[in-house]
Design a protein. Sequence first.
Lengths: 389, 235
Amino acid sequence: MLAYKLAFKNLFGAGLRTWLNVSVLSIAFVIIVFYNGMLEGWNKQARRDTKEWEIASGQLWHALYDPYDAYSLQDAHAPVSTDVQKFVDKGDLTPVLVTQATAYPQGRMINVLLKGMDPAQKLVKIPTEKMLVKSDGIPAVVGKRMASSAGLKKGDNLLIRWRDRNGTFDAKEITIVDVFRCNVPAVDNNQLWLPLNVLQTMTGMTNEATLLVAGDTYNKKNIDKWVFKDETFLLKEIDDIIKTKKASSSVISILLLAIALLAIFDTQILSIFRRQKEIGTYIALGMTRSRVIRIFTIEGSTHSLLAIVLGMMWGAPLLGYFQKAGIPMPSVADAAGVAISDSIFPYYSMGLIMTSVLLIIISATIVSYFPTRKISKMKPTEALKGKLT
Amino acid sequence: MENQPIVKLENLTKRFPVGKGEFTALSNISLTFQQGEFTGLVGPSGSGKTTLLNIIGSLDTPTEGDAIVIGQSISALTHKQAATLRNKSIGFIFQTYNLLPVYTVYDNVEFALLLQKRSAAERKKAVMEALEWVGLTDKVKSKPAMLSGGECQRVAIARAMVKRPVLVLADEPSANLDSKNSHHIVQTMKNLNRELKTTFIFSTHDEKVMQHLDRIITLSDGQVAKDEQLINSKI
């Protein structure tokens, strides 16, 4: 207790130098919490959106299906058996048929994926019910990215050409009945969503599917030839990107912290050099050297406690504001290829705050301790004269 | 206890390394100090006064011989034991006061008691009593920068005396003071010596201070040149 009392008195007595160090450290603390909170918020939002729009509670894949190999689509489809159909009827699963096609928007030619889904499904947020409206061509819904890249809007007609299961080309016009906004590129980029039964008819793959989206009531087991892929597997890409981002954020955190800690280290060196008389006096009054070292270490590390308090004072309202208002993300951020919304809402968990607090306190204590080792070699008689040996 | 030696120096020698050679600061000193003595070490600069005080105060150790202070051999003490001895039994008064600048007068005097882990009530009583001895009860909230040299030295005396030590070591306590303050300081120390039977050993150059001493030990080139008992010292 005495050590803390002395540390606080000495720190407050040091005036501006203390507050400069504390301010720099508090800025580092708030930025570390902010940056990691932003990544955590992005992670949560990306996982939530991907589940809501694409994977629900998991997917059953045809054994040959590989989302990264377009050629696998040719063979990766199979009929929905009676056993599977029971789950579909109960609303536990919804089949999706995927096939390649070519679209011709405004005279251009682009490769697209046609995805068929039951308009009555409720497992994902894609507005498939919009496909029930009457239209000139085959009703289709597209995401904002697809609409933007192909120059499409609601009501537009579009010629598409595809191969049926026998390899024969066919072409028809579709009508865009809705453009939906979502943050998940995997259900948006170069994709056209059609009614499942229409796509099955177009391709001659009656009652067939490439994959089935599972709801949270599904038992998460393989069935027939369908292999169940759980959330961990399906969200691995997001997790990997977040891990990479966290690694780069660690570098930024370390750099910020290093700047702040350098100031504390420098102050400690200066303190020990300038306050030798004081150190000698402490020893003359009956303090052991180890106790003097402890006082100086606590004094240095107390910078971190003050920085955390100061950081909380100015950082909490600021971080709270960002948490409510969100941080606008530039449209180019979509290029990252993962679900990223127009605004990211940072998420500051207790774990994140406590980890940052501990990181600051421990690192400040370490850099405070090293310069004080000089005291253990100091002769009290020389220290009293203010002469470093 | 009255006739028990507080400090006993036996063939004490202290050498310091200087370049490749050695400098002998104290050479074969044997002295005894009884409880309640008011003794001054006098001599020119470099004669060994401060070195002798440092060894008696367990801030330094002898190269040869030994110093027995309050029954403890300084050469045999560990750092921790030496710190305990200083904290419990020895008070220091320095030429440059060595007050802790960020603390108030009260805090400076209280400091030694904080190390002894005494209760807040005990500390307050002892601090106020010590400040009363030196006449500074009206300056408790002042910081050292706001005090005159004489007042600073009186705070230093209060800090040395607050723990009621057996022995007080003062290194040139009046060197930075004018004659009026110098007289006041010595008078204060002398009164405490009489009232509390505290042993005072201090180094001095000041002729006026010497008039108050019971005993004067003159050092020259690290040796005792003269050891005089003065019967009629000024009060």
